[in-house]
Design a protein around this ligand. Sequence first.
Ligand code: ADP
Length: 297
Amino acid sequence: MLAIRNLTKTYANGVHALQGVTLDVPRGMFGLLGPNGAGKSSLMRTLATLQEADSGDVTLEGIDGGSIDVLRDKDTVRRQLGYLPQDLGVYPKVSAEDLLTHFATLKGLTQRTQRREVVEGLLRQVNLWDARKRKLGTYSGGMRQRFGIAQALIGNPRLVIVDEPTAGLDPEERNRFLNLLAEVGENVAIILSTHIVEDVTDLCPKMAILSKGRVLLAGEPNDAIDALANQVWRKQVTKATLPGYEANHTVLSTRLVGGHPVIHVFSDIRPEEGFDPVAPDLEDVYFRTLRLQARAA
Ligand code: ADP
């Protein structure tokens, strides 16, 4: 659906934000996971035709089976693209309905009856129909993000890009938002960029881990999790002994459970007495992958 090849970007300040990114994004939800500064937004903005790459190619499969050169045929891409940026600015004094109508007009829906139908359909889809007359300034974070999805879906895009959409949402809002995304449709490729591992675990059949401008891992979350089978161990330790474990083992993560640190350690064999085998999860995959990169550096 979307083929990204050898994309590079170096900013004027010398930061290598993308260092040869190659990815295939199929239909459905695609999770792009990476720590802050990994290059996720740089990649999202490039795909959304908002900034130039230095080199590389990006091809989007068109409706007619033809292919669109994303880096060059920007106008064509924009007609098939929905984008929810990290900071969608909204006019706080305007109602959701009025602003969505305005966005729809900008997207080329100039025919009034049709536009009204589209706006109503989208507001219902994102569950904001009852709140459509309210000013956006009175919306909660979750409502604002759902409004953001409504504006991204105007014109039935084939590629939808959402950049860190769940940051700052409470758990209930986050679930509601992610469920909404999951319902968007089968013929659409949705790229969800996030630093929150559970966002990907819960929803994305395909994923990639990006760090320091490079793709460290791409594929299916379940395959990556299976590859760690029998190699992740868990132990409850004390705050005092934690530094020792970190020095002597590959500690993937530390979580406080009931006030005590519980560590996950990567090892082919039981690291020592007191470690129990644990079924790996995507968080283990994520930290293991980042660890390997740090060690190689
Ligand atoms: P992420 O979205 O994964 O947090 P970004 O793409 O925002 O990552 O940033 C990648 C790197 O590029 C970071 O080191 C960031 O500081 C840098 N960066 C991002 N945008 C710019 C810019 N406009 N000018 C200079 N450096 C930038």
